[in-house]
Ligand binder design. Structure first.
Ligand SMILES: *Cc1c(COP(=O)(O)O)cnc(C)c1O
Length: 231
């Protein structure tokens, strides 16, 4: 797929983001597009940046480095894959935000390495709302504790929550999970230490991002609808 096609896909995705925002009474600018680059080669990532993508999401720390270098321009990089604590140092080096913090050990390692390089790292707490044991993410009952731990870390800024619902062919089936993340966030707001922002809700992928926006998504993570099917 060439640059022209990526540009067209992006235009169509942006159009759909806008329409979903407007029909749910929101401003399109409230929703940030995170273009997901897993398995996409660096050249096509660069084409997406030329077409105006400002935030990229990558699942694999090893892949992020080559893609960042290929861009030749500044972009914001979000880690959206499962993060092992032994990769925390490299994640701090490569990413502006880690969306998949789901346990204390990772949180403390990220803070430690961020302090060493005098960087403030944005994080989201990933919550597993389906209870599927194969999915990563903290149980919903543990989100508050993780947010409180993050608030005590000088080099982390907790910005909100992230979730990946179970896979469905039918986007409406994911709606209860998106609504649940918003409700969890709203319930946590009065409980978190002052100064902690919980505005961000990262939810929705190519198959269901419009539903996620209707339920309050601030970040949608979209790969296939921009870059085509992964080989
Ligand atoms: C792959 C991936 C996406 C993007 O999925 P698409 O269906 O290709 O849009 C979003 N979020 C996470 C965590 C992913 O791993």
């Amino acid at each position: 797929m060439g640059g022209g096609e990526i540009r067209e896909n992006l235009q169509w995705v942006r159009e759909r983001i806008s329409r979903a925002a407007v029909r749910s009474g929101r401003r399109p600018e409230e929703i940030r597009l995170v273009a997901v680059t897993k398995t996409v080669d660096p050249q096509r990532v660069a084409q997406a940046a030329e077409a105006g993508v400002e935030i990229f999401g990558e699942n694999y720390v090893q892949e992020a480095r080559a893609k960042k270098e290929a861009l030749g321009r500044t972009a914001c990089w979000h880690m959206i894959g499962h993060l092992q604590s032994n990769k925390a140092r490299i994640a701090v080096d490569l990413f502006d935000a880690v969306e998949t913090v789901d346990r204390e050990k990772v949180l403390l390692e990220l803070d430690r390495h961020a302090r060493q390089v005098e960087k403030v790292l944005s994080i989201l707490i990933q919550v597993n709302l389906s209870g599927e044991p194969t999915k990563s993410g903290a149980e919903r009952g543990r989100a508050l504790e993780l947010i409180q731990r993050a608030a005590a870390c000088a080099n982390l800024r907790c910005q909100g929550l992230m979730t990946i619902p179970p896979f469905y062919d039918e986007p409406e089936k994911a709606r209860p999970f998106f609504a649940a993340l918003r409700e969890l966030r709203d319930g946590l707001r009065p409980l978190v230490p002052s100064g902690v922002g919980l505005d961000a809700l990262s939810m929705g992928m190519s198959g269901d991002f419009e539903v996620a926006i209707e339920e309050g998504a601030t970040h949608v993570r979209i790969g296939t609808a921009i870059f085509g099917k992964r080989g």
